[in-house]
Design a protein around this ligand. Structure first.
Ligand SMILES: O=P(O)(O)OC[C@H]1O[C@H](OP(=O)(O)OP(=O)(O)O)[C@H](O)[C@@H]1O
Ligand SMILES: NC(=O)CC[C@H](N)C(=O)O
Length: 462
């Protein structure tokens, strides 16, 4: 999913970027990087691993300047390798330029093939690099015009931060698939981040979300915006951000993520009750808000039945299945005294591959539960995402090939119930779901060429 953070007009730009990336670590754990500008040139530091392990005082001191951008990566295009770590950083005829990208471009492979046939030499496998090549080759006059020309050629999801010697540019794709929010510090510095939680940490005020199709330039402390640089045909905000990705303390697409998740849990309790249960527990972390909502709606008491180790990250976004498998066991353990002898409702936000649920149900039964009723606060995930979530093929998605009853048997639950897609729409405050992309649940990919590319790619990987 990736997290991006940028700041301009602050003497501590790279230190604050470090803090911002820390707050966005849940969006990507594979690699991280910061590129800073002192007004004359750019300096970069990128490495595999977690933010806290990569950056220390001497490294940050080597990134001086009043502007910086940073990235935490969860790979969706290109392997989990240092060469694909972001921000990508290049020198071209127009000067120096770094880019940090959240999202996924669906026509990157076709564009790359054309650029390579024309002599371009790529340094990474990441989709993001095509934007830099298109920008460098543009014959337009200004930097912004070159960037807009490049962006008109790409399709898919992109929230971007672009840094040059003297400009910080922020862009959100016309469908507004991934989030990007603008903030301001008391001293006047402008800040941009994937989620408001990063602004809260550095005590910046939230100004507003970037609009879909907006391009915003900050240069010498002055901000100007061109909106839209591309006309939005419709909105396609990622509903899975609300379900799983974002931190619950963030305000996303105008709503508190915590409140939205709690409403999902309440709706789930109305649609999929478990009247004879004694106890509601959550699969931490992303199932907690929904479990509290389920408990409040149903009147069944909530308790902490699973403990999460603080030293293991998110298992869904680990790149390899083998690590993911192991991660679940390492990460969660059951509280026997809470669970023993009870009929337990277990609430989680999603079942993607089924790895987590199967292990958890077994763990809870081993801890002495009489019955386990699994309740999921999103509909069955049946379709791959091409816009920034790493579920490239239908084979990996258990609900693509199994009915709810079959999944219940596979995970050894006594019952399994998902929220309906209509119920999810109610919970996110958009009953028609017209402003969201729900392709992972509905198979209805976004309109136009993107849908074509996505379905084509789906055929290739199915
Ligand atoms: O069906 P699966 O393929 O196992 O994936 C689904 C699980 O992955 C996520 O948890 P994760 O550990 O990534 O994140 P969290 O700690 O934020 O809940 C999600 O909350 C589900 O529990
Ligand atoms: N998850 C993301 O936003 C990934 C960004 C970009 N597509 C990459 O793989 O590096």
């Amino acid at each position: 999913m990736c997290g991006i953070f940028g700041i301009t007009g602050h003497a501590e730009a790279s230190n604050l970027t470090y803090l911002g990336l820390h707050a966005l670590q849940h969006r990507g754990q594979e690699s991280a990087g910061i590129v800073a500008s002192d007004g004359h040139g750019l300096r970069a530091h990128r490495q595999m691993g977690l933010v806290a392990d990569i950056f220390d005082a001497p490294v940050l001191a080597g990134l001086p300047g009043q502007s910086a951008i940073g990235h935490v990566r969860y790979s969706t295009a290109g392997g989990s390798q240092l060469k694909n770590a972001q921000p990508l950083f290049v020198q071209y005829a127009g000067g120096q330029c770094a880019i940090a990208h959240n999202g996924n471009l669906v026509n990157a492979a076709a564009l790359k093939e054309k650029l390579e046939a024309d002599g371009a030499i790529f340094q990474s496998d990441a989709d993001t690099e095509v934007i830099l090549h298109l920008l460098a080759r543009s014959r337009q006059g200004s930097f912004e015009q070159k960037l807009v020309e490049a962006l008109r050629k790409v399709e898919g999801a992109y929230s971007l931060l672009v840094l040059t010697e003297n400009k910080l540019v922020a862009v959100r794709d016309p469908l507004g698939i991934r989030p990007l929010v603008l903030g301001r510090m008391k001293e006047g510095a402008y800040v941009l981040a994937s989620e408001t939680t990063a602004l809260d940490l550095i005590e910046a005020d939230v100004v507003r979300e970037l609009e879909p199709g907006e391009l915003l330039v900050i240069e010498n402390g002055v901000m100007r915006t061109s909106k839209p640089f591309a006309e939005p045909a419709r909105l396609g905000r990622c509903i899975f951000e609300q379900v799983y990705f974002a931190r619950p303390d963030s305000v996303l697409f105008g709503n508190s993520v915590y409140e939205v998740r709690k409403r999902m849990g309440m709706q789930l309790a109305r649609e999929q009750p478990a009247p004879d249960a004694d106890l509601v527990i959550a699969v931490p972390d992303s199932g907690v808000a929904a479990a509290i909502g389920f408990s409040q709606q149903s009147g069944i008491p909530y308790d902490v039945g699973l403990i999460r180790s603080h030293y293991v990250g998110r298992t869904f976004i680990e790149p390899q299945q083998s690590i993911r498998h192991f991660g679940v066991k390492l990460k969660l353990s059951a509280v026997r005294n809470v669970i023993k002898g009870k009929r337990v409702v277990v609430v989680d936000d999603s079942i993607v591959r089924g790895t987590t649920s199967r292990k958890i149900v077994k763990m809870i039964k081993a801890a002495g539960a009489l019955e386990v009723h699994l309740r999921i606060s999103s509909p069955p995930t049946k379709w791959p995402c091409f816009y920034g979530i790493d579920t490239p093929s239908r084979q990996e998605l258990i609900a693509a090939s199994h009915s709810t009853d079959e999944i219940a048997r596979y995970v050894t639950a006594d019952s399994l119930g998902y929220i309906s897609i209509e119920g999810l729409g109610e919970a996110v405050g958009d009953p028609s779901r017209g402003s969201f992309c729900t392709a992972c649940f509905s198979g209805q990919y976004l309109l136009g060429e993107m849908a074509g590319s996505a379905q084509e790619a789906n055929k290739l990987t199915a």
